[in-house]
Design a protein around this ligand. Sequence first.
Ligand code: KG4
Ligand code: ZN
Length: 355
Amino acid sequence: MTLAIETSCDETAAAVLDSGGRVESSLLASQAGAHAPFGGVVPELASREHLRALPWLVGQCLEQAVSDPELVAVTAGPGLIGALLVGVRFASAFAWARQLPLVAVDHLEGHLVSPFLNLHGEPARALPPRILALVASGGHSGWYFIADGVAEPLGRTRDDAAGEAFDKVAQVLGLPYPGGPAVDCAARRGDSGAIPMPRPRLRDSTVDFSFSGLKSAAIRVIRDRGLTAEAKPAPGAVDDLLACFELAVVDHLLGPLAELVGRWQPTVVTASGGVAANTLLRSRLTQAATEFGIDVLLPPLELTGDNAAMIARAGQLAFARGVCHDPRRLDAHPRQAWQPPGMAKGCSMKKRVNR
Ligand code: KG4
Ligand code: ZN
């Protein structure tokens, strides 16, 4: 039984999983309402909201679970430092008081294992030996190759994350925060061929992303064509713009897929992170995987965005590899992937999880 806590950004989350990875309970207190008036996440407000919600949320989670936790997992980074610290200190105190082992989890490792989780009392799937994985969220976008449970980053965004680009374009249009779900909804009604949108081109052989040019191009169209809410645009005009923008983002995310499948020969391709809830991304990826003759695995919609069930599963897998941390020494790591004490800064995820 694993209790997990996730407080890296603006969702307070707690979950309990049994040893087979069955989700016994997974609860989330969204802070969207608190941040909405500011058009984005206010870090200090996020910390205070976590502090307020966490004790109650963990209490509810433990009440729903059939037995007591035997392991504690917590997101130690990357994320907002104040927000992370609330979760890390809470989890450390809980583990220390109950004399339970504690495992610090990298938020991205949580997203990477989320496609292997099931809801409705089903156990988690085992990770196949060769997985090609896309993570696309509000803070991160990149491709990974996971070999025998060890993740290696293949490419990442050089500027905005995909979700951030959705959020910023939605904000200019006056749509509610976070913008991804509203963009998804409007794009379903729009014509994705109505307005030409550029496709980002990086002048090298990496599989990195760049979303800032695409975001600026969309914002330019919004301003030039008077598509903001105050300008009272023609019905359907905003839907068309968002359909074209969404298609360009999804094209860019899936652009390297054929090359990566050829090079890494995966048996499964996955997508995770908040943007993996996107309707077009899910259908395009499923279609492409079928064409390549490989399986596609997507997280249940409830587990695409930030949640603690994914942190619990990543913690269980790390604990099975022998990873464990001292609750009196564990710290939060806001910027880079979390690393155990004593390991050189800048070392890759691969080295880190191999320890
Ligand atoms: O994984 P997540 O909850 O938080 C981070 O780790 O960043 O991702 C949140 C992001 C937001 O940018 C949100 O707009 C985006 O995921 N998102 C979507 C959709 N649902 C959420 N983007 C596109 N289509 C969606 N349906
Ligand atoms: Zn996330």
